[in-house]
Design a protein around this ligand. Sequence first.
Ligand code: SAM
Length: 273
Amino acid sequence: MQAKHASVNAELQLDEQAYGQDPIANRETDLYRGEYIMSFVEKWDELIDWDARADSEGQFFIDILRARGKETVLDVATGTGFHSVRLTRAGFNVTSADGSAAMLAKAFENGQKRSMILKTVQADWRWLNRDIQGKYDAIICLGNSFTHLHDEKDRRRALAEFYAALKHDGILILDQRNYDSMLDHGYSNKHKYYYAGEKVKAEPTYIDEGLARFNYSFPDGSEYTLNMCPIRKNYMRRLLSEAGFERVRTYGDFQESYAESEPDFFIHIAEKS
Ligand code: SAM
């Protein structure tokens, strides 16, 4: 425990993203803590323009949760709090978790600005049930977050933790970029990622079967990167089934029917029973 808190303090003081000598060789699940440094977190809300994002996703998640009578929601990838705030405002009982202390601090501040006290918990998905209490009606893992996991054993472990944190009829809502399209057809500029703000350029700068490296450039000239694992849609669906979820339905950019290469994002709705 002592060591964990020491590393959290160190994380808050980093002022440069930590990739080492060869950034494209860095494919570690633990990398995310060194990627979301304070200055990037501060910029994140410019990147994910909240109003534009709310417009583009509409009521999608709220409708899915309400239609199934869900009330308690665990946001496992809170980030700066966009979905935690939206769902709290819509009347859900939300707990906001994230492995990054810097992200959670920003989320809490964003909640306060909107007269909400978010219930925040710092928790890495791989040890989720050690840090959260109780079982939830729904878990959301949004914004392409799951693809921070670079090892298959970490993906399986995280899904097992999500499964265990859900009630017997709980649902997991997890999204991912359409990496199939990027791997098979290359990156296409006609796509505008749904949560990128107007003034921020977000683009992949490198892709192979094991790494998609994204670059984010801001109007003040600052640049940040994220090293993600480009997992394919059907592989993700298989992992969800193998974790024990009975049904998995996959939407493309919030639509039930779509041409495979068209959507920017896939959204998986996995039902426990
Ligand atoms: N959901 C937010 C959104 O859509 O704006 C944030 C998305 S951000 C791309 C990914 C988030 O996942 C970060 O806040 C990061 O700290 C968190 N994260 C990545 N790997 C994690 C892990 N293993 N355990 C817990 N949180 C993790």
